[in-house]
Design a protein around this ligand. Structure first.
Ligand code: DDH
Length: 287
């Protein structure tokens, strides 16, 4: 006999905006974490989910959300990201139709926009994969190294020098934790608001090695309350990188435009989107 066509739920813009709104309201509500926001660690989760991409083999990237599983969850670079994954778990429970892979990236998009960053166009289409798709350790950058390492890591994903510098501006957000990376402190005085301050501070402050028992990092001479990683300092030590640091320090609008473009590229690496899939811009809570 003829049976009715089963109704398959095909989520649209409004459905994803509802997920966005849920993440945004949790961000507002849970303001007793770190510097007052889960925003930075959500951005870092989205970046570490994406930054495993290898353009030669097409492996890694945000399609899969394989950081749910060991061994990837235990990779040193991912220490502390359980906080971000746990933060999003009730959102997944409320909207079970969204894949973890799409949710983690939407978390990053929402966090950037709610922390007063630029609009980040988004499209869904990522599928969750199992532990067999976990990437090998060592694909994410090692903060103790310098420009050659940065180029090796980011060229592997398909980025150029300008894009490396634009992406690094994310360090305006958040902080290092001694119980995660071993490093300590924030890069800027406003770690829950996205600005071009990271570049300004790199150029304007005097940076010196911090005297302590932890891993080698820099501190600002004036207040000793800010930090830079060796990889951050490589951006002003390398002439080609430094040209872009100067441009972004001088022009927040240019930084926002380039940051948005490059983070969209990062978040979409290796994702098999449907043909003609369109990107959406979600409304911020205060819009
Ligand atoms: Fe980063 N990052 N990151 N980072 N990152 C750390 C924190 C945050 C490196 C190392 C570290 C990007 C690039 C690099 C964010 C976003 C992005 C920490 C501290 C280390 C170490 C972790 C901890 O102790 O909790 C290195 C090395 C690089 C590089 O070589 C370029 C990029 C490209 C992004 C991005 O989002 C596009 C954010 C946000 C944080 C703050 C997390 C938090 O919990 O706060």
């Amino acid at each position: 006999g003829a049976s009715a066509t089963p109704k398959v739920f095909a989520p649209k813009f409004d459905d994803y905006q509802a997920v966005y709104n849920e993440i945004a309201s949790r961000l507002e509500e849970k303001d007793d974490y770190d510097d007052g926001s889960y925003g930075p660690v959500l951005v870092r989760l989205a970046w570490h989910a994406s930054g495993t991409y290898d353009k030669e083999t097409g492996t890694g990237g945000s399609n899969g959300a394989t950081m749910r599983f060991a061994p990837e969850s235990d990779h040193g670079a991912n220490a502390g990201l359980k906080a971000a994954r746990d933060f999003l778990e009730p959102v997944k429970a409320k909207f079970p139709w969204i894949t973890y892979s799409d949710l983690w990236i939407l978390g990053g998009v929402c966090a950037i926009q709610e922390m007063l960053g630029p609009q980040i166009p988004y499209r869904p289409g990522r599928n969750d994969r199992d532990a067999a798709a976990c990437t090998p350790d060592g694909r994410l950058p090692d903060a103790s190294q310098a420009q050659d390492h940065l180029r090796n890591i980011f060229y592997r994903m398909g980025f150029n020098d300008q894009e490396i510098v634009a992406l690094s501006g994310a360090h305006a957000l958040g902080r290092c934790h001694t119980d995660r990376s071993g490093f300590d402190g924030p890069w800027t005085f406003s770690p829950t608001v996205l600005t071009n301050d990271y570049y300004k501070l790199l150029l304007d402050e005097k940076w010196q090695w911090k005297k302590w028992n932890g891993p080698k990092q820099y501190e600002d001479k004036k207040t000793k309350s800010l930090m830079m990683l060796p990889t951050d300092m490589a951006l002003i030590q390398d002439k080609k990188f430094n040209q872009w640091v100067e441009k972004y320090a001088a022009d927040n609008e240019l930084f926002f435009k380039d940051f948005s473009n490059v983070i969209v590229k990062l978040f979409e690496l290796g994702v098999p989107f449907a043909e003609n899939s369109e990107r959406w811009v979600f409304k911020t809570v205060n819009a």
